[in-house]
Design a protein around this ligand. Structure first.
Ligand code: AMP
Length: 277
């Protein structure tokens, strides 16, 4: 497996590939969620490229950029063990050299949910993903349903900008107790870790109610809120019951629907979601 940093080295490695190329973009500190994307790419593509880049432009000024967990050596060992061909781990100076001034902005679908809570976040995400796409030139790119709005935004950008890339969205990998795997889970202390199952419990309660015939979206939102507020360590930021494609809040659940939420456990912000229908 080759690890490259410079764009020129990435481009020359890319030229040596024949057949299909799959890209798995990550911010590193890999867990089973990331590894599931790499395994899927390995099954479906002749070559697999993993990018590792903690993208500063998608973090707000009060977010955890400087303390975001990193362990490149461990990541490279894991990626190599799965049989990936190439890792691109550029520096911030390579991605955003002095004088950098071009941004990719997707409009309506970036406004609610994460976009409302994290101004500028998706502008950073779409810009870096466009740069990863142009550098790696993959046939397929693999993202997790864990970041449901990000997946929707990337699909939109790919369509809108004519990237000839198939976007593959992979299911959420969870701990046995339901907590969605996240690099940020390492911030949780033992008590918060226990309490963090409240996201899964809250989503499950709404899903059960839906399956029992409750299709009033406001009632489903209220069910999620009630479970979240029953956990004293959890601070709800939002709950949503929205159209899966547009992410607009629903009154009634009819088609494919995204239940999603963001919750603070102490200073750690956790997100999770279920898809209905
Ligand atoms: P990140 O390193 O957090 O930017 O995540 C890189 C990719 O892994 C994104 O497409 C995430 O949606 C995906 N991912 C993160 N956590 C999980 C998970 N628990 N299950 C599946 N995919 C995940």
């Amino acid at each position: 497996m080759l690890t490259v940093i410079a764009l020129s080295d990435l481009l020359s490695a890319r030229r040596s590939f024949s057949g299909t190329v799959g890209l798995v973009p990550t911010m590193g500190y890999l867990h089973e969620g990331h590894l599931s994307l790499i395994r899927r790419a390995k099954q479906e593509c002749d070559h697999v490229v993993v990018s590792i880049f903690v993208n500063p432009t998608q973090f707000g000024p009060k977010e955890d950029l400087s303390k975001y967990p990193r362990d490149l050596d461990r990541d490279l060992t894991l990626i190599e063990s799965l049989g990936a061909d190439l890792v691109w781990a550029p520096t911030a100076e390579i991605m955003y050299p002095q004088g950098y001034q071009t941004w990719v902005e997707v409009e309506a679908i970036t406004r609610p949910l994460e976009g409302a809570m994290r101004p500028g976040h998706f502008r950073g995400v779409t810009t870096v993903v466009a740069k990863l796409f142009n550098g790696v030139q993959p046939h397929r790119a693999y993202f997790g349903q864990k970041d449901a709005q990000q997946a929707a935004v990337i699909r939109q950008m790919t369509r809108d900008l004519n990237f000839p890339i198939e976007i593959v969205i992979c299911p959420i990998v969870r701990e046995p107790d339901g907590l969605a795997l996240s690099s940020r889970n390492v911030y949780l202390d033992a008590e918060q870790r226990k309490a963090a199952t409240v996201l899964y419990r809250s989503l499950s309660a709404a899903k059960n109610a839906y399956e029992d015939g409750e299709h009033d979206a406001e009632k489903l939102r209220q069910i999620m809120k009630d479970v979240l507020t029953s956990e004293p360590l959890a601070q709800m930021q939002y709950v949503s019951c929205a159209d899966y494609d547009t992410l607009e809040e629903l009154e009634t659940v009819t088609g494919k629907t995204l239940l999603s939420m963001a919750v603070f456990m102490g200073k750690t912000r956790l997100i999770d979601n279920f898809v209905l229908g």
